[in-house]
Design a protein around this ligand. Structure first.
Ligand SMILES: [Zn+2]
Ligand SMILES: [Zn+2]
Length: 482
């Protein structure tokens, strides 16, 4: 049997195990004195810091072929400290040799092992380079982000999850961040990693996490929420009083790894590819959320008008067709966007010109029941309000403009103005259901993570077709991620 202690990830050339013979007595007894031990200098240093009992535990664990990250030393201490209730892991693996590190109830926790590894490596001053990853970070506003080598995120709390990023969507919000527009609202400390539309594979989980396991394919709700405040308890994740927003106010997903929590991950069928779905985590979710809220207002025979059929709008059109039997009319200045809307199944399309208002009145037989404004500026606000029938609702998803409305008009027409912010966790689950069934799909252009700045320039210049998706696989030739 090979006693292997490997570096931060499989395939890392610097962490190839070397053969060590004649280690300590504890090691010898743990392996029955028959096995050759393969240890890196790093692992020797780590094992050298452990006392007899913990050394034995670590060695036994290693002989089972598990990586150093999963050394279960310290588990016994956790449970002795009364935290056994948080331990959800299954009973020790069948066929393992005794003594196996375990708590009083016979459970074990690889996540604790990771935490111990972090602690030990910090104590020994092992180079951060061993846990380095690539990340796209904003250093200063009005300046292109940099592709940096930074530390991998770490599990700090029992509900934390580290996700290996499979894809991160590029959003116009990322351009706004670089321009400093979000600074006053989100107050991130620079430098930090952007990217708020993320999907990938679970890499590590905190000790309390039971809804996903390492290896699971996941998409992440954009907010990391607490689950305890009243908005969370009523399912309104976007309004959590204690949320952080990776990519906006803490490190996001334009990197090889990202930290989130158990509440944010939606487990997906392994056949779903992160690059196909990542942008649904925010752009798609926001569009779906607005449509989902409006479903009771759109019975068969009702009219929905969609203003702007771009990155969000084209998801809105598909969501409307999947969730309602309403007649869907799309307004846009771009003929290409209207052509895409027709291909997706929109019933009518209208070029946004001076005749559009009359055309919309005609198509909708006197006004829409609901207008979805995915632009929210440059005059679409007035255009949307004018397209409503009495008792109609103007749903704004785009932003930047201003709704100007006389109160007399509001009461005499009994119209509603409705804001829409991201979406709930259940919205994301429902959207993933539609996606898995082929009812909603994203049009994308894939870039390597290392080309993030180029992708941002293309988005800014209007030459990026579909949604830009950043994939980290090929980034950093010295780092093998998968
Ligand atoms: Zn976004
Ligand atoms: Zn909350």
């Amino acid at each position: 049997m090979v006693l292997g202690v490997r570096g931060r990830r499989a395939g890392d050339a610097s962490a190839k195990p070397g053969i060590v013979r004649g280690h300590t007595n504890a090691l010898s007894s743990a392996t029955g004195g028959k096995e050759a031990a393969r240890l890196t200098p790093v692992s020797k240093r780590i094992l050298g810091t452990l006392d007899g009992e913990r050394l034995l535990e670590g060695v036994v664990f290693l002989t089972m072929g598990l990586k150093i990250k999963s050394i279960a030393v310290g588990v016994r201490q956790d449970h002795a400290a009364g935290q056994a209730g948080a331990c959800h892991r299954p009973l020790r693996p069948a066929g393992h040799p005794a003594p196996f590190p375990q708590c009083g109830s016979g459970h074990w926790s690889p996540a604790r092992g990771r935490a111990d590894w972090e602690q030990v490596s910090r104590k020994l001053g092992i180079s951060n380079r061993e846990r380095a990853m690539k990340a796209v970070r904003v250093h200063r506003y009005h300046e292109d982000p940099h592709l940096d080598d930074v530390d991998e995120p770490r599990i700090d709390g029992p509900w934390d999850i580290i996700v290996e990023i499979g894809a991160a969507g590029l959003c116009r919000t990322d351009l706004h961040i670089v321009q400093g527009q979000w600074d006053a609202i989100q107050h991130p400390s620079l430098p930090y990693t952007i990217g708020h539309e993320n999907a990938g594979w679970v890499r590590e989980v905190g000790s309390a996490v039971g809804n996903v396991s390492p290896g699971d394919t996941v998409i992440m709700h954009p907010l990391v929420t607490c689950g305890l405040c009243l908005p969370c308890r009523s399912g309104q994740d976007s309004h959590c009083e204690n949320a952080v927003f990776p990519g906006l106010n803490v490190d996001g997903g334009m990197a090889q790894f990202m930290k989130t929590n158990a509440r944010a991950v939606v487990k997906l069928d392994p056949s779903m590819l992160p690059a196909d779905i990542a942008a649904l985590a925010d752009a798609g979710l926001t569009a779906y959320h607005a449509v989902r809220k409006a479903v009771p207002l759109l019975p068969p025979g009702a009219h929905a008008v969609v203003i702007g059929s771009g990155g969000l709008g084209h998801i809105g059109v598909q969501s409307l067709l999947a969730l309602t039997a309403a007649t869907v009319t799309v307004v846009d200045t771009s003929e290409a966007a209207l052509e895409l809307a027709r291909q997706l199944g929109a019933h009518h399309t209208v070029v946004s010109d001076p005749n559009a208002a009359a055309e919309l009145m005609d198509i909708t037989g006197g006004g829409a029941h609901v207008v979805f404004d995915f632009v929210g500026e440059h005059g679409t606000e007035a255009q949307g309000l004018a397209a409503l029938r009495n008792r109609g609702s103007y749903y704004t998803i785009g932003y930047g403009g201003k709704v100007e409305l006389e109160t007399l008009s509001i009461i005499s027409r009994e119209i509603n103005v409705v804001g829409n912010l991201v979406g709930t966790y259940t919205d994301l689950v429902e959207l993933m259901n539609l996606t898995a069934r082929g009812l909603v799909s994203l049009h994308t252009t894939v870039y390597d993570l290392a080309d993030a700045v180029q992708a941002m320039h293309d988005l800014d210049a209007g030459t990026l077709v579909g949604r830009g998706i950043l994939v980290p696989q090929a980034s950093g030739s010295s780092l093998q991620t998968h």
